[in-house]
Design a binder for this molecule. Structure first.
Ligand code: NAD
Ligand code: WQD
Length: 340
């Protein structure tokens, strides 16, 4: 059972490759290494004992993508992670985001259609909900106007997949991730942000290890119990497992619709302060932080209704916040000195 994992040397992709290999799948990764390192292949091999197949090219290149699919027409499915994901950068360089995220998806869908490969799992995001009116948010909540070009690429991608599924044999599972954090228990793979991180967890670990002076807590005047914003953080290993479950659902013919959508979170919301407290509790390290003004574009609170994923997909996040923050710290310590 050969599965293509695009973006498989990236953060979520690498963890998913490990889970797929552990379940006996043969994995081929396509990544242009624009936001990841070739070393990840060896690190995956250290965990699983098996080196994944790998091709380096840019999926926005239509000819290369088509040639790849023709050569690999024994693929049973595709998990499509490859995309640019920095929200702030997408505001500054919108065309980069529309070009990379949409063209790569279009090329893959075209090539799948041409070669008769029918199963794709797509990385979507809770960002499609914006600030929902009702919490926890269910999959049928209204999609709100995107707050960034990045978010818009996820909404448009979902629409493109729906449209092609209507008129082709392509089946798709759209996975809307909430906030993945943490790292593999081996501390051999994890998140490797380029430059200064925007996301909370790597900023916390980089502050704790001395790469950053202090964490800026963006706002403590939200309508939440401690005033800081609330998110649904989930362990990246739990998230990776969900992809294997989704692939199995497709391959075993258990899909009930040609396009299915699942929220992937724990169903629990935690505030920024609660994440800091968990980090300090599990690591014994005191974190330097300062309360700042709200970050423009941030929503106040969001967490998932995971009933559909739990019952229909048969997946449930298992790891709690303390395991997430502890594993992120183990990873940061493991890579200390490796980054600029
Ligand atoms: P990542 O940047 O670590 O991984 C993405 C990988 O795709 C990188 O290795 C990059 O080199 C590769 N890539 C990008 N453009 C490519 C192209 N045109 N051709 C070939 N390879 C290309 O990101 P991640 O955090 O692992 O995210 C994976 C997916 O999940 C993305 O689609 C992202 O939008 C989505 N997502 C991420 C989060 C999050 O918080 N990390 C949340 C929701 C959704
Ligand atoms: C989490 C919380 C910040 C950094 C982003 C994308 C979204 C989706 C998930 C991909 C917020 C606070 C953060 C810091 C802080 N990704 N924070 N100081 O904003 O929920 O969502 O990732 O699809 O599209 O926008 O994640 O980790 O940036 O922030 O106080 O230095 O931590 O204000 O409340 P976010 P995040």
């Amino acid at each position: 059972m050969k599965i293509l994992v695009t973006g498989g040397t990236g953060y979520i992709g690498s963890h998913t490759v490990v889970e797929l290999q552990n379940k006996g799948y043969e994995v081929i990764i396509v990544d242009d290494l624009s936001n990841s390192s070739i070393d990840v292949l060896d690190n995956i091999t250290k965990i699983t004992g098996k080196k994944p197949l790998f091709e380096q090219f840019d999926l926005t290149d239509r000819e290369k993508t088509e040639a790849f699919f023709k050569k690999n027409n024994d693929l049973k499915g595709v998990i499509h992670f490859a995309a640019s994901k920095a929200v702030g950068e997408s505001v500054e360089f919108p065309l980069k985001y529309y070009r990379n995220n949409l063209l790569s998806l279009i090329n893959i869908l075209q090539a799948m259609n041409d070669t008769g490969i029918s199963n794709i799992v797509f990385s979507s995001s809770c960002t499609v909900y914006g600030q929902p009116d009702n919490l926890p948010v269910k999959e049928d909540a209204p999609i709100q106007k995107a707050w960034s070009p990045y978010g818009n690429t996820k909404q448009i991608s979902e629409e493109i997949i729906n449209d092609i599924s209507n008129v082709s044999g392509i089946c798709s599972i759209l996975l809307r991730y909430f906030n993945p954090i943490g790292a593999h228990e081996s501390a051999v793979i994890g998140e490797l942000p380029l430059g200064v991180p925007n996301s909370l967890m790597p900023y916390i670990t980089q502050t704790a290890i001395g790469k950053r002076q202090f964490l800026r807590v963006w706002g403590n005047d939200y309508d939440t119990p401690d005033g800081t914003a609330i998110r649904d953080y989930l362990h990246v290993t739990d998230l990776a497992r969900a992809h294997v479950t989704a692939v199995e659902r497709m391959l075993n013919g258990r899909m009930k619709q040609k396009v299915e959508v699942f929220n992937l979170g724990t169903g629990n919301g935690f505030s920024v302060m609660q994440v800091i407290e968990s980090f300090e509790r599990t690591t014994g390290v005191k974190l330097n932080y300062k309360i700042m003004e709200r970050r423009p574009g941030d929503i106040e609170k969001v967490w998932a209704d995971t009933t559909f994923a739990n019952q229909e997909l048969g997946w449930k996040a298992e790891k709690g916040l303390d395991e997430m923050t502890a594993s992120a710290w183990e990873w940061e310590k493991a890579i200390a000195g490796r980054r600029i």
